[in-house]
Each structure stands twice: as structure tokens, then as C-alpha cells.
Design a binder for this molecule. Structure first.
Ligand SMILES: [Zn+2]
Length: 450
């Protein structure tokens, strides 16, 4: 036993662990030792009884699991939560969201990011992949509040070459900042808003600078049909033609991925990942969902996401996990598909891979960064426990998360946020909303025309 105290010891919990085949399992009466922001060991509570520690958390009745990862969101869009309801995708963009986003300032983005980070920490999210504008403001909030994030400055071709250049400049300047908690990506908006020339240039930038790319593509079946009619290519084939399937690519949604796309995606050997955010697909009444079973068969990691709260209404990845399991069962007509253990695999290792952090987080194991959440299962809705995986996926809620730890730092303890002042954020955001939501000017930042 080492003489210097550990930074953090969590004892008495049940720990969600993965075996060598990546099967999800649970270790009872466990302890987790954290030193220098890294998990030093996952051991028995008895083994650490006398271990000196700067901070100890007694977690009896709680499950320790890897923090959830929101693999695709637009965090500052929490400011638009509930503003564009019960609309088809085209009207949602053209009549509300894109007119409002033409008012966005860096201050709005910062406030939205603060609110979003508070929501995510409270919901057990320890890392998020963000794709938005004024991303310097989001990076500053991430650095301050202690979350981990994979950030990209979004751009449209309508912004001219400066959009693409700004995205690359952001990615290079912020890469590996905030003690390594911030990683970055190039962030073209989508194949229907970014030209083939810009997509090709983005793939070249990605290769030249070893940067991943985060993009919306084949979001729904309509987009695939329109792309076929216009170019004779599916959106995935457009990405392939631009060279983007040779980069580390994160595709948001993919509910319009069709059978002919699968060999292309399989050919990426896991370098292409897809983020699924099923709540929005239900809300927009899209006819299909992310083809998770086919993507898994093609070796494509599928991470869980919420998309922005303007469509999803929350940044609750816990809900995305339960919905993914339910919608996959329903879509495949197979109650045996996407079991709770599979859902937890998506929530942990696959989500970590989707945001290019597969070697750093996603599992509670020695050497991984200490991104840990503690979930209280003593509530009436989670008792009794016959199958712990099912309890976590289908009975527990994000509000059962009691403690959130990122990189060894406790960001929430016993539901108390330690790094963000939520009432102040809500009050200041309220003052800004009239200017932000004004649509009388008739401008839009972009036109939705797939
Ligand atoms: Zn999105």
C-alpha cells in the first residue's frame, strides 16, 4: 500500500465493470481508488478500509458506473427548449430555430452552455460532444465547470470558406486543453448545407491535422431520398466521395442510412461511429430510427445522444438509453434484441469510442480517467432488484444520480452542484430571452431545403 493518500476513495458500492469480452457485469461491495485523476484500482471495500485518502465517499446502496456520454448535442440550445413544438422538421428549422439563431451572441451561448452543463452533471453525464456556434464560449464553460467535452465549431458553406477555416482554427487551438478534458473535431453541419468541395476540403484538413470530424448525415429518410434524386448518391455515399469515411467520423442520427450504405460503413473498420438520439425522431414523426442492429453487424459503434434540447427537450442521456432499448425492440419486432446489458454497452464503451475516447473513459478499470457516477437505487421505483442491468436501464432515472465525478474531481455531491451557480444562470438567461427569441427581423442563418 502506498504511503501517499489517494485523492478519492469510493467504498461500499456495486461497480459496473466489463470483462475481457466487454460483457457488462457487477462487482458487489466494491471500492474505487482514484489517484492523479485516474482510476488506480477497482477492488473490494475491505481492501481500502485503512487506505489514506484526501476524500472518501461511502456509497452503500449505490451503483458506481462510468459517466454517461452525450455523443451529439448542441448544448447552448437549451435556451430554446420548448420554443418550437409540434412542428415538422422543415418548419422547425426555417420558421423558428434558424431565425432565432441569427440573433445568437457569444453571451447567449455561454449562458446556454452553463445551463446545459448543470443539467448534464445532474443527469450523470460526464462528457458531451457539442456541435454549435461561438464555441470558444462553450470551451470556457467546460474548462470552468469540470466536464469533459468533444467540441466542434459548426459551419455551413453559406458562410464561405471562412466557416470551414474557423472550424479548423477552433479545433487546433482548443485541442487537448482544460487539462486534456477538451478534445476537438471539425464540424461541417450536414451534406445538405455543406458543398462537396467543402466536405472534401474538410476531409483533407482532418487528415493533415489528425482531427476527427463530427457531422449530421442521413438524419432522416427524406434526406436520403432527396440526396439520391439530386446526386444519385445517398448522404453516406456523398461523405465517402468526399473522403470523409477515411477520417475518424462521428455521424449524428443516421436514421436515413440504407442497406447500400452498410458495406461502406463496415469498410471503415470502426473509424466511423453513429450517435443516436431517438426522442427527437419520435417527436418529428420520422418513419425510421437509427438502424442499430445493422450498424452493429457492420462493426460501427453506436453512441447515445440527446441532440439539442430545442428538439429533444432535455439533455437526459439516461432517457436516450431506455428509449434506444425500447425503440430497437419495437422496430426489430424482437424483445430479445437490445437487452439492458447491450444498452449499457452502448452507454459506456460504444459511446466512448464514438467520441474518440475509447482508450480513456467508458469503463471503470485501472488506468482510465476517473469519470464516475453514483446512482442511488434505494428509491421505491428501483426496488427490489432482480436484474441490476434492467433496474439501471428501465427503472432508474437521471435524477437517481447522486454524485458525478469527472477526471477525479467531484462536480456534484449528493445532488448539489459544486462548480456551477444554477439560479444565477437561470436568472440571467431569462433577461436575455426576449432579444434571443425575436423573429420580427425575418432573417435566418440558413435555409432548410433537402
Ligand atoms: Zn444535431
Amino acid at each position: 500500500m502506498r504511503a501517499t493518500p489517494a485523492d478519492l476513495v469510493i467504498t461500499g458500492c456495486t461497480a459496473l465493470v466489463h470483462d475481457e469480452e466487454e460483457q457488462v457485469g457487477f462487482r458487489q461491495d466494491a471500492a474505487i481508488v482514484v489517484r492523479d485523476r485516474v482510476i488506480e484500482s477497482v477492488t473490494s471495500a475491505a481492501a481500502v478500509r485503512d487506505l489514506p485518502a484526501l476524500q472518501r465517499i461511502e456509497a452503500y446502496g449505490q451503483v458506481a458506473m462510468p459517466g454517461l456520454i452525450n455523443c451529439h448535442t448542441h448544448a447552448p440550445m437549451v435556451a430554446l427548449r420548448g420554443l418550437a413544438e409540434d412542428l415538422p422538421t422543415e418548419e422547425w428549422f426555417n420558421d423558428v430555430v434558424w431565425p432565432v439563431e441569427s440573433n445568437l451572441t457569444a453571451d447567449d451561448v455561454e449562458l446556454g452552455a452553463r445551463l446545459a452543463c448543470a443539467e448534464m452533471i445532474r443527469g450523470g453525464v460526464t462528457c458531451f460532444a457539442d456541435h454549435y456556434f461561438h464555441m470558444d464560449a462553450v470551451a470556457a464553460v467546460v474548462a470552468e465547470c469540470g466536464l469533459r467535452a468533444h467540441l466542434g465549431e459548426a459551419y455551413f458553406s453559406s458562410q464561405g470558406p471562412e466557416g470551414r477555416e474557423r472550424s479548423a482554427e477552433f479545433a487546433l487551438r482548443h485541442r487537448a486543453t482544460a487539462d486534456g478534458r477538451i478534445t476537438t473535431a471539425l464540424a461541417p453541419h450536414a451534406p445538405y448545407t455543406v458543398t462537396g468541395t467543402d466536405l472534401t476540403a474538410t476531409a483533407e484538413l482532418a487528415r493533415a491535422h489528425h482531427l476527427p470530424v463530427h457531422i449530421h448525415a442521413a438524419e432522416n429518410r427524406d434526406q436520403t431520398d432527396t440526396s439520391l434524386a439530386r446526386h444519385g448518391l445517398t448522404p453516406i455515399e456523398v461523405l465517402d466521395r468526399a473522403g470523409l469515411l477515411e477520417t475518424d467520423l462521428l455521424i449524428a442520427h443516421g436514421t436515413g442510412i440504407v442497406a447500400r450504405d452498410l458495406p461502406l460503413l463496415a469498410g471503415t473498420g470502426g473509424r466511423t461511429a453513429v450517435a443516436t438520439a431517438p426522442r427527437g425522431y419520435l417527436k418529428f414523426a420520422w418513419p425510421t430510427t437509427t438502424p442499430v442492429r445493422a450498424l452493429r453487424a457492420a462493426g460501427v459503434p453506436v453512441g447515445l445522444a440527446t441532440d439539442g434540447a430545442a428538439s429533444n427537450n432535455s439533455l437526459d442521456v439516461w432517457e436516450s438509453m431506455a428509449l434506444t432499448s425500447l425503440i430497437q425492440k419495437s422496430t426489430e419486432g424482437d424483445p430479445r434484441w437490445l437487452t439492458s446489458r447491450q444498452a449499457l454497452h452502448h452507454a459506456t464503451l460504444q459511446s466512448a469510442r464514438a467520441v474518440r475516447l475509447g482508450d480513456r473513459v467508458g469503463t471503470l478499470a485501472p488506468g482510465r480517467r476517473a469519470d464516475i457516477v453514483l446512482v442511488d437505487l434505494t428509491g421505491p421505483h428501483t426496488q427490489p432488484v432482480h436484474d441490476l442491468a434492467a433496474t439501471l436501464v428501465h427503472s432508474a432515472r437521471s435524477s437517481d444520480v447522486r454524485t458525478t465525478v469527472v477526471d477525479g474531481r467531484v462536480l456534484m455531491r449528493d445532488r448539489q452542484l459544486l462548480t456551477l451557480d444554477l439560479p444565477a444562470v437561470v436568472q440571467e438567461l431569462g433577461r436575455r430571452l426576449p432579444a434571443l427569441t425575436d423573429r420580427s427581423h425575418g432573417r435566418r442563418i440558413q435555409e432548410y431545403d433537402t
